[in-house]
Design a protein around this ligand. Structure first.
Ligand code: CP
Ligand code: NVA
Length: 305
């Protein structure tokens, strides 16, 4: 059987995503109780990072250790990837030694090529186009705080039509909630990405309109990794898109705020919002650990049925 990969959310069907999310909640409880859950004893995860990371690296490495396995960190600076060894060759070699591989890189096509040549499951730890692991944690967090994310829910994405926005669009298509994307002209998600929402994605200019009545307000950095040189220009383009208390006041009364982090207070989000009572960003960050443990179990062990 070819390995299952997780390059975008759609690599798992709705039932499988629900299974992973339920298991993530169970694993969180086990972790809290100190109950052993070494389901991946002896397994080895490879982590290829071509961009920086705090949460993704630590959550995957700690998660694999807690499941009884171990993790190997690789970056271009200290592997042959940085000296031009083709990704196809790297995939063939690594997947003969490892049980599962996570990659964070720039072009999404690179992860697709890696997966094509890999004998073992490949997980997208962020590409320029998608960040599906973050969405698992975000959905788990919303469910913990507010219950089901379904046709009754409106989510407002404010800011750049970036990799996180694309994964939210994909989630809107799968889970059936409404996603309002409030973004400035020229920074919209691509048409193919909006199509992933299957009619549930609505791109609008006015951030206040996007946020009106929303149950969840989400934002992200204005300049993603790889766009550092555009920082100045983006600060101007996004000046009216900071998530402020005034903006949150337009959302539903019990709306929650999320940000995948790292955050820039005073840019995409005001300090009193991210540090305020509606913010669930620390639970969101913690849930990377639990959601990815459940994902790795699923990719390596299936549902057990
Ligand atoms: N949210 C997220 O992926 O964080 P890191 O870049 O720190 O991994
Ligand atoms: N959009 C951000 C997400 C960081 C986790 C980036 O790609 O840099």
């Amino acid at each position: 059987m070819p390995p299952r990969h997780f390059l975008t959310l759609n690599d798992l069907d709705r039932d499988e995503l629900d299974f992973v999310l339920r298991r993530a909640a169970d694993l969180k409880a086990s972790q809290r109780e100190g109950a052993p859950h070494e389901s991946l004893r002896g397994k080895v995860l490879g982590m290829v990072f071509e961009k920086s990371s705090t949460r993704t690296r630590v959550s995957f490495e700690a998660g694999m250790a807690q499941l009884g396995g171990s993790a190997v960190f690789l970056s271009p600076a200290d592997s042959q990837l940085g000296r031009g060894e083709p990704v196809e060759d790297t995939a063939r070699v690594l997947s003969r030694m490892l049980d599962v591989v996570m990659i964070r890189t720039f072009g999404h096509d690179k992860i697709e090529r890696f997966a094509e040549y890999s004998r073992v499951p490949v997980i997208n730890g962020l590409s320029d186009d998608h960040h599906p692991c973050q969405l698992l944690a975000d959905i788990q967090t919303y469910q913990e705080h507010r219950g089901r994310l379904d046709g009754r829910t409106t989510v407002a994405w404010i800011g750049d039509g970036n990799n996180m926005c694309n994964s939210w669009l994909e989630a809107a298509g799968i889970f059936g909630f409404r996603l309002n994307v409030g973004c400035p002209e020229g920074f919209e998600p691509g048409e193919a990405m909006v199509a992933l929402a299957g009619g549930n994605g609505h791109v609008m200019r006015d951030p206040l309109e996007a946020v009106r009545g929303a149950h969840l307000v989400v934002t992200d950095v204005w300049a993603s990794m790889g766009q550092e040189e555009e920082q100045r220009q983006r600060e101007q383009a996004f000046a009216d898109y900071q998530v402020t208390a005034v903006m949150m006041a337009e959302a539903a009364e019990d709306a929650v705020f999320m940000h995948c982090l790292p955050a820039h207070r005073g840019e995409e989000v005001a300090a009193d919002v991210i540090d305020g009572p509606q913010s669930v960003v620390w639970d969101e960050a913690e849930n990377r650990l639990h959601a990815q443990k459940a994902l790795m179990e699923f990719l390596l062990l299936g549902t057990g049925e």
